[in-house]
Design a protein around this ligand. Structure first.
Ligand SMILES: [Zn+2]
Length: 52
């Protein structure tokens, strides 16, 4: 009995790469319409948007 072919990797495929729009460090963005922010800047923006 043969093993099935391994499916696609679990991690999502990077859609686009480029410098972070905030700190200019190279980063990868996932999905369409998302700003190419690095993890740190994405977290910072989320906290900023959560402010009243
Ligand atoms: Zn950044």
């Amino acid at each position: 009995m043969s093993r099935p072919i391994d499916p696609a990797p679990a991690r999502p495929t990077p859609v686009s790469t480029g410098p972070c729009v905030r700190c200019r460090r190279p980063t990868t963005r996932y999905g369409t319409g998302a700003s190419p922010l690095c993890a740190a800047c994405r977290q910072a923006r989320a906290e900023w948007l959560a402010r009243p």
